[in-house]
Design a protein. Sequence first.
Length: 637
Amino acid sequence: MNSMTAFSLSMWATIASASLVGVWLWYRASESVSLRALAAYCIALAFWCTGHLLAIKGASQWAIPLLLSSPLLPTAFLHFVLAFCTEFIPKLKRYQNKFWLLYVIAGIVTAGSVALTGAELKPWLTFPHFISLHSPGWINLAYTALLGVIAHLILLQALRVCPANQRRSITAMFIVGGLGFVLAISFISPSIGLNTYPYPMLALPTYSLLLVYAVVRYQLVEVNRLVNRAVVWLALLVITMLVMSVFLAISTRWGLTELSEIPLWQLLIYSSALLLIAGLLYGPAQQFANRLVYPEIRFDQLKLDQWGYKLDQAKDWLELSDTIKQLWSRNSPTLIDVAINQPLLTTEHPAFIINQVNTNDNEHWQCKLVGWRNATPSEQHLAEIVTSLLPTTCAALDRGMKLAAAERQKLAQEHLVELGGLTATIAHELRNPLNIINMAAVQTDPSIQTHISNQVQRAEQLIQDVLSYAGQIQLRSENIQITSLIENVARQTQQLFNVKIHVNITNELNTYADPQKLHQVLTNLLENAAAFVNQTPEGLIEVDAHTNQQQIQINIHNNGPSIPQNIQGQLFSPFVSNRSGGSGLGLAIVRRIIDAHHGRVWHHTDAGWPVTFSIEIPRSIDRPNAIIIHPSTHRAS
């Protein structure tokens, strides 16, 4: 292969690579000004290389205008750099609407240098015709270099102020852009009387690919997959050529002298053809092998993408578990179980066990297969494919749920602030007329005065309950003795309501909690029980408690009337009450306080008493203070 042929092949390869990349970028980046400018740069490079091919043929009427259109290349590159770096250098925005002027100037420089005979074609080395610049052509080249320098200076400025995650991309642009200038500048050798073959231009086919990859690898993720495949194919091509070279080198020992005389370029063509045929046959061969080994189940890349998409649509763990079962049932009649971050209670069916594990302070998700020994090979193969999808899906769902919970808490907190301010204002406005009513009642009949006073006190209690429920509650936790606290509240309630309360706690129980808030919880529950028990013959309230290493449970039993079935599910909702004269907020306040302690409270009838309310709170002494969230965000007890 002579030098002119190598140069021609290099130009053809550059035209092909730059054109394909430019068209692909133009199509993929329809809304990106920067990538559209980069696409224009690639297409301009293809036209410039076309000029060199036409020059070799002696077609000066076409070759010289194309070669002298070189100012369009740095103009498009500068346009790309300005659009790309505006995010980091805001003052560049002022030039965006006026950038068309640079394209006009590039066109004027090109037309002027062509009109003034800025170049001619003449023989050089092995080339029958090659471009040689005259004075107007040198002006053209100087303008081209100036725009390139300006573009690189802007990249340097952006490199100083851009975020760390963009520095690699900008650095790669700067290096590859400079490399392109070095590769292309050797075309001026005959113009300066230098008879050195333009070897750097042989590397031009890789230039546009490297430049685009440096830019879009962080913006268009699919580019990385394409490059990965290209690297694999290139590595296979090199390995194949090496193997064939070794084979040809030793073929003479086997009497195959004809093979040893094959030229290198033919060896390259044979290797490429072999790889191309293998690549084309790989997909069908893989499908044939899958159908032969796993005949019951059909699974391809399209179905894999569909499964991944459907799994990513799940909003919580229950929905994800149901989605896995539904997708599985469409491909296999075998029933399966799915356990996500919980123990599997039964192993009757094959199961996916998905857990979040912590390794070296790094949390990640893993999926294990349990009970698949009796499944068919096809089902086991499909299960392994699903297993590869689930960790990524679970990690994304976990992040999404945490972000959603944080956003809900933020919105609830903002709503709580508004509600607290509104409630405080209403309470203040209501207390003034209540005080006036109380003072006016002094001059009325004693029986009427007593009735008015009772109603005013009831209204005051309602106002206080509303303030407790709607306002923010800041926990001030400390290490307290639960037993003493229960006994004190029981004694006060017993004296106030004249009921019998039995505290059945033999040991001193300690926990880390807010004593005032816990006092309010016990007071609300015991007074609520006393209001019913004091109307019951032989009425009795009993309080017991027990503990383990993690939690304390307090149970408040009474033998008063059972709670109607129709309101049991709403006991802890605001303004739901079965107690005459109650505000309906006592149990709702209890629930808010217990939720703030990361505990739970519930009603049940399976403890041998008509009515039992139980509280469970952690014993941890490391729990930080907490802010109560809005009741609408509370979990169900």
